[in-house]
Design a protein around this ligand. Structure first.
Ligand SMILES: Cc1cc2nc3c(=O)[nH]c(=O)nc-3n(C[C@H](O)[C@H](O)[C@H](O)COP(=O)(O)OP(=O)(O)OC[C@H]3O[C@@H](n4cnc5c(N)ncnc54)[C@H](O)[C@@H]3O)c2cc1C
Length: 232
């Protein structure tokens, strides 16, 4: 199956390709699935960092493959193993994950993932996301440990609010129901008060992410703000 123009560009940029093999599947909720993988050498070549993500190629139902971003959960470099958590909806990636069984393989490309917790560590993190970015947020919360963090998470299904958030002793989590295409979460960011040297991170749907990053950049130095659109 072909990877199309995106595959051509990534190859030209010499991005690394790997074949992942499913080693386990676990349903976390009615809309959330966790799969375990071996990485075909991926973790030997790419050091682990918080929010680390890869591009996975899924069959589009026809002749082609489409790429989607997914976050490494509990990466184990010694075992070249990691999990991926799929927020399930309609789409090739979600469908592939629903059907996945131990022994299935899927190709992945690594390019573009880069993040380090700023040093010195800021006094507070303000974090905006949803179930697609929860794996990244969990890795960020683990990395910052006892640093105070306020996290706002958008939910769409009742069961979303039961998903495990890896809180530290000074983490506050607020679940916000998705309404008006992300309007509720945007309003939180637009009325936010925080320390001038706090660190802001956001990853939601494209329009919501853009609005939240704009609100964060109006309060914080731009180097203290990070994030990206996770879905459209
Ligand atoms: C860096 C990065 C890391 C990511 N990590 C993860 C991760 O660890 N886990 C994860 O679940 N997702 C993650 N995502 C998001 C994931 O790539 C997208 O949700 C992707 O669109 C899913 O592909 P799909 O083929 O299932 O659906 P698509 O074909 O892209 O979309 C099908 C339909 O589903 C809707 N849709 C897509 N995503 C969502 C969503 N999250 N919520 C509600 N509706 C949606 C679309 O609007 C569309 O109507 C990440 C994205 C990026 C950029």
């Amino acid at each position: 199956m072909g990877k199309g123009f995106n595959g051509f560009v990534l190859k030209a940029l010499r991005a690394d390709d790997y074949r992942l093999t499913v080693t386990g599947t676990r349903q976390i909720s009615d809309h959330y699935l966790r799969l375990s993988f071996t990485g075909g050498g991926l973790l030997a070549a790419h050091p682990v960092h918080p929010t680390q993500w890869i591009r996975i190629w899924f069959p589009d139902g026809g002749e082609n493959l489409v790429q989607r971003g997914y976050t490494l959960v509990d990466p184990d470099p010694a075992g070249d193993a990691f999990d991926i958590e799929f927020a399930l909806h309609a789409g090739p990636a979600s469908q592939w994950a629903r059907d996945a069984a131990v022994g299935d393989v899927v190709d992945a490309t690594v390019m573009g993932s880069k993040f380090a917790v700023p040093q010195p560590v800021p006094p507070e993190f303000v974090i905006f996301g949803d179930t697609a970015s929860l794996p990244a947020i969990n890795s960020l919360l683990e990395a910052i440990g006892e640093t105070p963090a306020r996290v706002w998470l958008e939910w769409q299904h009742e069961s979303d609010r039961e998903l495990p958030v890896r809180t530290g002793p000074k983490t506050e989590v607020s679940w916000v129901e998705r309404a008006g295409d992300g309007q509720a979460l945007r309003q939180v960011a637009e009325s936010l008060t925080c320390a001038p040297d706090a660190f802001g991170w956001a990853a939601c749907d494209a329009a919501t992410t853009r609005a939240i990053l704009k609100a964060l950049k109006s309060r914080l130095p731009k180097e203290n703000v990070a994030g990206r659109a996770y879905w459209k």
